[in-house]
Design a protein around this ligand. Structure first.
Ligand code: RIB
Length: 307
């Protein structure tokens, strides 16, 4: 029986606008469509991990408002177990997502609301859950000290730790050394290492630099160019998979991380877990939205079997 995946992070409501281009400052443009749905990197990852088959617990904070109701309904549908504090004096956050019509690529502003107040005490309240996990994963949409506290607590209990360092931030000394895995994209890798990453060759050098900074295994995600993996003993470029035409790339990184964490918790070899994460992401980009685009385990297995 695999141990659970525990994820610390943020839920926000995604407000997604599709248009030919973003507006310039002072300009109003007509968009093509609008959608409101569940988002937030941590919550998206939790939905992806649960739909991929992992027992998944999500540590976070919500307000008491319609967006909080959306969060609870999303987790109930996906089978995510909330380890969440609801507070009265603040709002559940939201994200503005611009989606470029021609490519499906995005630009995002996130306001985490009460999840921006997540503190080490939120982790302490679920210490037994974290210490009993197979995998603990977090991102950087909530305060850094909470992320670091969770990683440390998990690491000290022998739990496998994953940091998805998104959005990019200056990390405190020693934080990367708490990470068995770090999964930055190109720009996050550049922020951490100072090395520009435009493809697999750059990623190989940057992955080695991440390992020098203390990361156990560096996994640099490269969008349509796949993933570069380096654990010190093995390094490999794993191309992206295709599951059909790309509709929207928002949440693809979350799909990868959720699938990867679920696979690791099952005891898959890390390179196979990366392939599993790639398949999860490949399916998610064929659908609109973030959390709603996460595939089921049967869909992931079918894509891997077809490849
Ligand atoms: O990674 C995609 C997510 O980033 C969106 O759901 C948005 O909420 C932001 O947190």
């Amino acid at each position: 029986m695999p141990k659970p995946v525990v994820i610390l992070g943020v839920f926000v409501a995604d407000t997604a606008y599709r248009a030919e281009r973003p507006p310039r400052m002072g300009e109003t443009i007509l968009g093509n469509s609008f959608a409101l749905g569940p988002g937030g990197k941590g919550s998206n990852q939790a939905v992806a991990a649960a739909r991929a088959g992992a027992e998944t617990h999500f540590v976070s904070r919500l307000g008491r408002d319609p967006f909080a109701d959306m969060a609870l309904a999303t987790w109930a549908e996906a089978g995510v177990h909330p380890a969440v504090t609801q507070v009265d004096d603040g709002y559940t956050g939201a994200a503005y997502i611009f989606i470029e019509e021609a490519t499906g690529n995005n630009a995002i502003i996130i306001c985490p609301g009460v999840a921006g107040d997540i503190a080490p005490a939120d982790l302490d309240a679920h210490a037994d859950l974290i210490r009993g996990a197979g995998v603990f994963m977090t991102q950087l949409e909530q305060p850094l000290d909470a992320a670091r506290h969770g990683l440390r607590m998990a690491r000290e209990a022998g739990v496998t730790t994953i940091l998805n360092p998104a959005p990019a931030a200056d990390l405190p000394e020693g934080m990367l050394a708490l990470c068995d895995y770090a999964t930055p994209n190109e720009s996050e890798t550049e922020a951490l290492t100072g090395m520009a990453v435009t493809g697999p060759d750059d990623a190989a050098h940057a992955a080695a630099a991440l390992r020098d900074l203390g990361v156990g295994t560096a996994i640099v995600t490269l969008g349509e160019n796949g993933v570069f993996f380096d654990d010190g003993a093995r390094s490999a470029h794993l191309p992206a998979l295709s599951a059909g035409p790309v509709v929207e790339t928002t949440g693809a990184g979350d799909a990868f991380n959720g699938g990867f964490a679920a696979a690791l918790a099952e005891g898959m070899d890390p390179l196979d877990a990366v392939r599993f994460g790639n398949a999860t992401a490949a399916i998610s980009v064929t659908r609109p939205g973030t959390a709603p685009s996460m595939p089921s385990r049967a869909e992931i297995d079918a894509l891997l079997a077809a490849g």
